[in-house]
Design a protein around this ligand. Structure first.
Ligand SMILES: NC(=O)c1ccc[n+]([C@@H]2O[C@H](COP(=O)([O-])OP(=O)(O)OC[C@H]3O[C@@H](n4cnc5c(N)ncnc54)[C@H](OP(=O)(O)O)[C@@H]3O)[C@@H](O)[C@H]2O)c1
Length: 152
């Protein structure tokens, strides 16, 4: 499983029903990575980003919704992960904060974009133990830095 996220250097990932920046190049990169693949998202994030996705399989975790358009909904993460692994596509965990926290232990790779600038928000990327991860790629873009982490 690959964690994919954009965050500020202070780990902010969200503010209300969105992200506190507008960086189209980074958002397009996210859409390109997940195009045709499988994605796991929390119900809140799917409501925000779902309409933009061209993924083949949208797996949404929710206790409150049993059906959502263009998605398969699971009420628990474990069953969702068992299901998505059978679909034969690359599996991305695309947030939000609650889902990142629960899926980092299951992931072997993280695609993290660090947005340049200072931002405030109400949702954060969880702390993770950097000692367990090795940076395998670092790319500088005008508005963000893209870093790939692999589990050691
Ligand atoms: N910067 C980025 O890359 C990025 C990516 C994604 C999201 N975001 C931001 O993150 C924020 C949303 O994150 P969030 O943490 O508030 O919400 P979220 O993780 O997207 O969704 C939370 C919802 O997922 C469901 N859920 C989570 N864990 C569950 C479990 N173990 N079992 C069953 N259901 C579970 C619950 O849905 P129900 O309430 O329906 O039960 C919960 O309310 C937004 O601001 C968004 O813009 C940023």
């Amino acid at each position: 499983m690959i964690i994919i996220s954009a965050m500020s250097y202070s780990r902010v990932i969200g503010s209300g029903d969105g992200m506190p920046w507008n960086v189209p190049e980074e958002y397009q990169q996210f859409l390109n990575f997940v195009d045709g693949q499988s994605i796991i998202m929390g119900r809140r994030s799917f409501e925000i980003f779902g309409p933009d996705l061209t993924t083949t399989n949208n797996i949404v975790i929710s206790r409150s919704a049993s059906k959502l358009p263009n998605a398969v909904v699971f009420s628990d993460l474990k069953t969702a992960v068992e299901h998505v692994k059978k679909l034969g596509k690359t599996v991305f965990s695309a947030g939000g904060g609650s889902i990142y926290k629960q899926t980092i232990p299951l992931a072997d790779t993280m695609y993290l974009s660090f947005i340049k600038g200072e931002f405030t928000g109400d949702t954060y990327f969880p702390e993770f133990d950097e000692a367990q991860w090795r940076v395998s790629k670092r790319e500088d873009h005008p508005a963000f830095e893209f870093v790939v982490y692999n589990r050691k």
